[in-house]
Design a protein around this ligand. Structure first.
Ligand code: NAD
Length: 350
């Protein structure tokens, strides 16, 4: 689902890489977001939705265009994403953050602090304070007040923690669980559930951090993190903080894993973390890395094909190591390649 702005350009690149490594995977394209609204359809057309029902995974560009800003959510392109997240119960948001060799200068931190950075934030996406009830503004005794409710049930914590423990086991075996257990009851439950589960993962080193400390450590010693797991609101903030460590939105993929599917083959939606970048659309200058790496995540998590995912990731690494740069990460005055040329560079290095 290419969507709007730079979406069609970068998703075409990602689909080409995906087809090259797995020609047997059936890819079908469908309109979503502004592309659907512009054709007189809803943001998530019935046929697009039916296609999702029949699919193992969604590769998603991004949605949103300036002309729809200001309209109610149900009339905006972003409504499609809201419906997909809700209806497919996409409860686990995975955001790998890596600094590619040679791109350290793009970060706002000193190069020696971000060199080799390779972490992943696992954010709970369907619970916590964003969804708990009651959630309202009201007037009591003539005074305006507002309430949000933070609530977690143990099974919600268990399923997100399991994803994080399993990921840590496949990586450097270090899991950091972030909470605010000195203040919040939900955090006390969170810490108890995660600690209990660690008995099933004796090979994974579990560390607990309070969220305020985690925010500081992420910029002080980001290289020490491997997998970070946390609840919805903390994850919202920390995952953006982690993303900016790389200096470019265009390199960062994401996965939102759903409740359907089977272990090792979860249904999921895979997308660049950036938006539609209307300033770059149609110019063949956007960085396709985030979309290409989203396709790699799709192979790993929804098609249980770690080998093909790793093959794509290595090719992207080599492209950067060999000096290929799109405009937003090229050093000032340095040569920049187009979206298509970067993709050709990745294809050549598969
Ligand atoms: P944006 O992520 O589109 O752009 C922010 C900055 O990052 C811009 O300077 C842009 O040029 C740059 N950038 C983003 N992706 C890039 C890439 N692949 N290569 C090079 N540079 C890149 O955020 P915005 O400008 O705040 O939002 C634009 C539109 O995107 C809005 O309508 C917004 O609602 C939508 N949006 C959609 C999603 C989504 O679909 N998941 C996420 C965020 C924003």
């Amino acid at each position: 689902m290419p969507g709007d702005g730079i979406g069609p350009e970068v998703i075409a690149c990602a689909a080409e890489v995906l087809r090259r490594v797995r020609p047997d995977v059936e890819c079908t394209e469908a309109p979503v977001g502004g592309a659907a609204l512009g054709a007189g359809l809803p943001a998530l057309p019935v046929e697009t939705r039916a296609l999702c029902d029949r699919s193992d995974a969604i590769l998603f560009g991004s949605v949103g265009l300036p002309q729809y800003d200001g309209l109610p959510l149900a009339q905006r392109p972003e409504y499609a994403l809201f419906l997909l997240r809700r209806d497919y119960e996409l409860y686990a948001n995975l955001r790998p953050v890596r600094v590619f060799p040679g791109l350290e200068e793009a970060s706002s931190l000193r190069p020696e602090i971000v060199r080799g950075l390779d972490l992943i934030v696992v954010r709970e996406l369907t619970g916590g304070i964003y969804y708990g009830q009651p959630k309202e503004q009201r007037t009591v005794d003539g005074v305006d007040e507002a309430v949000d409710t933070m609530i977690y049930r143990a099974p919600e914590i268990e399923r997100i923690a399991r994803i994080a423990f399993d990921l840590a086991r496949e990586r450097r075996k270090h899991l950091t669980s972030v909470d605010k257990q000195n203040i919040l009851e939900t955090s006390r439950l969170w810490r108890r559930v995660v600690s209990t589960m660690s008995a099933e993962y004796p090979d994974v080193r579990l560390e607990h951090l309070l969220v305020d400390n985690a925010a500081m450590q992420l910029v002080a010693r980001p290289g020490d993190f491997d997998v970070i797991v946390t609840e919805n609101m903390f994850g919202d903030i920390l995952s953006d903080e982690a993303a900016i460590l790389t200096g470019s939105l265009g390199t960062l993929p994401s996965a939102s894993i759903g409740a359907g599917g089977s272990p090792g083959r979860q249904f999921g939606l895979y997308e660049p973390i950036g938006g539609t970048a209307p300033d770059l659309a149609g110019k063949d200058v956007a960085n396709p890395t985030a979309a290409i790496l989203s396709a790699a995540m799709l192979l790993r998590h929804s098609l249980a094909d770690d080998a093909s995912a790793a093959r794509i990731e290595r090719a992207v690494d080599r492209a950067y190591a060999d000096g290929l740069r799109t405009a937003e990460v090229a050093r000032s005055g340095g040569a920049a390649v187009s979206t298509r040329a970067f993709t050709q560079g990745v294809l050549a290095r598969l």
